[in-house]
Ligand binder design. Sequence first.
Ligand code: PMP
Length: 442
Amino acid sequence: MSHIFHRNPRQQLPTAVGGEGIYLIDSTGRRYLDASGGAAVSCLGHGHPRIIKAIQQQAQTLAYAHTSFFTTEVAEALANCLIEHAPAGLDQAYFVSGGSEAVEAALKLARQFFVETGEPDRQYFIARRQSYHGNTLGALAIGGNAWRREPFLPILVPGHHVSPCYPYRDQREDESAEQYAQRLADELEARIVELGAGKVAAFVAETVVGATAGALAPVGGYLQKIRAVCDKYGVLLILDEVMSGMGRTGYLYACEEDGVSPDILCIAKGLGAGYQPIGAMLASRRIYDAIVGGSGFFQHGHTYIGHAIACAAALEVQQVIADDHLLDNVRARGEQLRASLRARFADHPHVGDIRGRGLFVGVELVADRHSKEPFAPSRRLHARIKQLAMQRGLLCYPMGGTVDGQRGDHVLLAPPFICTEADIELIVALLGDAIDAAIAES
Ligand code: PMP
């Protein structure tokens, strides 16, 4: 009898006992090819000797020093490393222990920025309907995942939502990508005006949507147009790259590919690659200066921010990515993965869309490929795919239609940056088998 408060106590989970490269191993000796890194976390696979060594060394030197007493060399070095490669304007790193904490910090910083700069009326946050920003109350309040929010709605601050950038479902046939992006930017502008131009603090978006939509990348020009709308109304742009950042898309920061710099950027998951729990919020100099020149104090903080062992792990992860030229591999293997999936599912009646960037790839499943009608949510196809994939020794990250019950099932793949050509082919073969088996069960 387990005394762990499992998230889903009715589910029988295998016990993970080890990890080797791209494989996780359970207590029966079964090996699972980890093609999702949990939820896009384990970007260097498991048991990486350099990360283990860095953690051991840091533990021997200094495990922890509270940030209200000390800074540490390793936290300073990690901040320098992140900022050196960050999108233009981002200048300060604030460390936390995970993705939701990074988003909470971003929301509070945005709010405090306006309090400090004499615009205390700016209190609203706008996000997108197809989005997930975390499970803590602030992050949940702005997220657009109806299913996760529903039981907690009475205790959430009101979130305001606009349409996601979802070309497969929402771009009209008579509309170019540019026109579609403009329509979405106009919608954001209208919502800002409706709420009151001086009342909106920030627009929050995942650069590439992860859990709620399966590696949904924006069309070209979308983020630039969104940036311009934010600038026009003095609204801060917060990009959530908790899943899509830190090399996952083939760029260290996903928004680099779009040529857009946010005011605040949230990262986590791949930052510590699962070796340590760590996230960060990167903020612009302008925001930092406003706090320093104002009250001089960011009214936020957690016990474990800037944890030395977590910072050491994250720093070594960044160094391995650079030394081993892993972003090149992410781009090449990502192209291969999408091409291979497209070949495998070319005439598949139930695969509607294959999308993503780098090794952040989504497969959307539909009951009818022509009408794009999703499978009934009650069928829980995504859950069955996950089970059947595990039975075949594959870990992938399927999710169900969660927005208004009408967006359907998808599978998210986020293989480690170290995977080979052969690994990719194996992932496609195993996933193809699992999807076919799940659909055949109807
Ligand atoms: N933002 C995004 C985009 C995420 O994908 C997640 C986690 N799936 C979070 C925030 C929350 O991160 P965490 O689970 O580490 O709190």
